[in-house]
Write a protein that binds this ligand. Structure first.
Ligand code: SF4
Length: 375
């Protein structure tokens, strides 16, 4: 397949870009401080053939746990700096790549110019032989971009990525890749196309975020990858699925199967037709999940709402209270999970918090009301 002439970016022993095989990666879903479970998760992903495994850190305690995990695996590790970019300083010695989200960077230490924060990250990465991923999510672009682009959220996402590339280039740091993700595969296609037209030299990490459960999660991801990869766009990828921790290797198997199918010309998606009917999005879970019942809940939601499958509605099921509230705002009905309760939302409005074994009944009431209201 023809590929964009991206530059080579080394991530530990792996090279992405410049015609290298498309690297397939995933992320540990366990709590990082549960060292045994996290090591097991990394080994499981590695055994499934993951080229890179990402781990999230939120605190110094997470970093201490990461250091122990590092000592017990030879996997190529990437780290997700969630809200606190300053943790990069103590994280980078243990990993091969650092991912930051420009939207989160904007919110932390707002008085500091973004360029100074990016310079801090570039210097740390350089000093520790790390690559960087500029990971832009359509749902968490910084407010300045949203104001500039209004309803064009794909435009805001692309501009945010371009702005950060320009800053890194200007600082003389070129060992970076970019991702432009959303739970809507059409936005993923549009964003990556627009970006690669302007920066065909920058390696792209592809993914449809919060794609949900199988088989729908695979279908949405296929629809995006089948459009982009044959156009030469994409140097590494992740398939984000809601799966039990022990089955996380399925993300790697699915990614490789999609790649094999594309390379062999076996296309399964229906490229220009948006799937209609009930759309359930759910996150792939990560170290922030405080109650593993989230995964069963996502499956129960799908089963319970089967009767409404003909209705064009979106239900979002998210695993944590950090990103859950924001990531459910655009759905018709949203659920985000805390340690003992699940918060139910109607659009951006909160309906209430309910125990795990009661929330389905409440969801049914809200869903019925919505269907009756829309006719
Ligand atoms: Fe992790 Fe929360 Fe995002 Fe789910 S919504 S992937 S638990 S940060």
């Amino acid at each position: 397949m023809a590929r964009n002439p991206t530059r080579a970016v080394r991530i530990g022993p792996i090279t992405v870009g410049d015609g290298s095989p498309i690297a397939v990666q995933s992320m540990a879903a366990t709590r990082t401080q549960d060292i045994e479970a996290t090591v097991r998760q990394v080994q499981l992903l590695e055994a499934a053939g993951a080229d890179i495994v990402r781990i999230a850190v939120d605190s110094r305690k997470d970093v201490e746990a990461l250091a122990e995990v590092r000592g017990r695996t030879s996997a190529t590790l990437s780290v997700d700096l969630q809200e606190n970019y300053r943790l990069a300083e103590i994280v980078a010695p243990h990993v091969d790549k650092v991912r930051y989200n420009p939207g989160h960077l904007w919110h932390h230490e707002r008085d500091k110019p973004t360029r100074d924060k990016v310079a801090f990250l570039a210097e740390i990465a350089e000093r520790n032989d790390c690559a960087i991923r500029v990971g832009v999510n359509c749902g968490s672009v910084d407010p300045v971009m949203i104001e500039r682009f209004g309803d064009d959220d794909v435009g805001a996402m692309v501009e945010s990525a371009l702005e950060h590339c320009a800053m890194l280039d200007d600082l003389g740091f070129t060992r970076y890749v970019v991702s432009l993700k959303d739970s809507d595969w059409l936005k993923v296609v549009a964003g990556n196309r627009r970006f690669s037209t302007q920066r065909p030299d920058v390696p792209l990490h592809l993914g449809v975020t919060e794609a949900g459960m199988l088989p729908e999660g695979e279908i949405k991801t296929r629809l995006a990858f089948e459009q982009l990869i044959p156009e030469g766009i994409g140097d590494t990828l992740r398939v984000s699925l809601t799966l039990p921790f022990e089955e996380k290797g399925t993300e790697i198997d699915t990614g490789r199967r999609i790649l094999d199918d594309i390379e062999s010309g076996r296309f399964r998606g229906i490229p220009t037709i948006l799937p209609e009917g009930l759309n359930i999005i759910s996150c792939p879970s990560c170290s922030r999940v405080e109650n593993e019942a989230f995964i069963d809940l996502a499956h129960d939601v799908r089963e319970m709402t089967e009767y409404a499958r003909e209705h064009d509605l979106t239900i979002a099921v998210m695993g944590c209270r950090v990103n859950g509230p924001g990531e459910t705002d655009d759905a018709d009905l949203g659920l985000w999970c805390g340690p003992a309760a699940v918060n139910l939302k109607r659009g951006s409005e909160t309906v209430g918090a309910f125990p795990y074994d009661e929330v389905l009944g409440q969801l049914r009431i809200e869903l019925d009301a919505l269907i009756a209201q829309r006719g």
